[in-house]
Design a protein around this ligand. Structure first.
Ligand code: TRP
Length: 335
């Protein structure tokens, strides 16, 4: 079906609270786009979370609320964005089953996101089948509502590529039905961890959370990796690979002062504590309003669940329409 509308969809796995990496990689774009496009969806990807947490449903269940609170606190507005729960849309599962026929096992094993995560989780050959095929269910997440813009972190790019391959095959086999999808990465597509690791992640234990207190932020920044050879204040220091400066470059709005501080640091005479204290204040300024709003919203969990219930009902209607059309195209519309 020709689809000229701009439809945004994105989501999070409910496996933990969200962090600054999510914020700069995707959440900022979600908030910016809502209301400016024709439709906007936010999905809690609980089924996807279960693909690597089959033995821990409680963890997934408990984190549904956490990721929604994080998004609401950052400014996602349920009046502009349909917020829903993946598992409550059975049509996504139906669509996944049909899409699975369009994808080979070899292709899934080559998906860089899958490869990276399989390594992180130490699966080897014993990877749960559901985990291996989660890019296919992610294609269904995106396509059930004919979404064509997906704001995600850089790590999710291969998922969008695979979605577009599914779109091509589906349209070729069954007639023009879905449109290509574009991913949209934030200004900082990949935020390094506070330990200097190339990626910030909850499982890597190197994240600053959107719900962290001032004390937590301070502790984490004070422990940040700088330049191991910058021992005395007067030693010349390195700015490249220095996590504190990397963060200041991203989060400090005063670029001129940062340029000046870098010069001083390189020359010698600027202590780590000075730049760390500056970063603490910069991050606190960003996180404090999010944290406050989050605490406020968390007082009425029923209201948050109501938002999800309402959004889910709306998403379900759309999903039913799409499945009707898909069943017709695949010639499984019998009665
Ligand atoms: N894989 C995404 C993540 O880990 C979550 C997700 C599931 C998603 N379905 C999606 C993101 C559809 C964008 C579109 O963060």
């Amino acid at each position: 079906m020709e689809n000229k509308q701009k439809i945004v969809l994105t989501g999070d796995r409910p496996t933990g609270k969200l962090h600054l990496g999510h914020f700069v990689g995707s959440i900022q774009n979600r908030v910016k786009l809502q209301g400016k496009v024709d439709k906007s969806f936010y999905m809690v990807a609980d089924i996807q979370a279960l693909t690597s947490n089959a033995d821990n449903p409680t963890k997934v269940r408990e984190n549904v609320l956490e990721v929604v609170l994080d998004n609401l606190a950052c400014g996602l507005d349920p009046n502009k964005t349909t917020m829903f729960i993946q598992s409550e849309i059975p049509e996504i599962a139906e669509l996944t089953v049909l899409f699975l026929n369009l994808v080979t096992l070899a292709r899934l094993k080559r998906n860089p996101t899958v490869k990276d995560e399989m390594k992180d989780k130490g699966y080897g050959e014993d990877v749960p089948a559901g985990f291996l095929m989660h890019p296919v269910s992610q294609a269904a997440d995106i396509l059930f509502c004919h979404s064509n813009i997906v704001p995600v972190g850089e790590d999710q790019k291969p998922m969008i590529e695979q979605t577009n391959e599914i779109v091509d095959d589906f349209n070729r086999f069954y007639g023009e039905t879905f449109s290509h999808v574009k991913h949209l990465v934030g200004d900082t597509p990949r935020l390094i961890g506070i330990d200097g690791n190339s990626k910030m992640g909850k499982s890597l234990n190197n994240a600053i959370y959107l719900s962290d207190s001032y004390e937590e932020i301070s502790k984490k920044v004070m422990n940040m990796y700088t330049d191991p050879n910058h021992i005395h204040v007067n030693d010349p220091g390195k700015v490249e690979g220095n996590v504190v400066f990397t963060y200041l470059d991203i989060f400090d709005p005063n670029k001129e002062e940062i340029t000046e501080l870098k010069k001083q640091y390189k020359k010698g005479g600027l202590g780590d504590v000075v730049i760390k204290k500056r970063l603490i204040e910069v991050l606190e300024k960003l996180v404090a309003p999010i944290r406050t709003k989050r605490e406020e919203l968390a007082k009425d969990k029923d209201a948050v669940m109501k938002i999800l219930e309402k959004g889910t009902m709306h998403a379900r209607e759309i999903a039913k329409e799409t499945m009707k059309q898909v069943r017709m195209r695949v010639q499984i519309d019998y009665f």
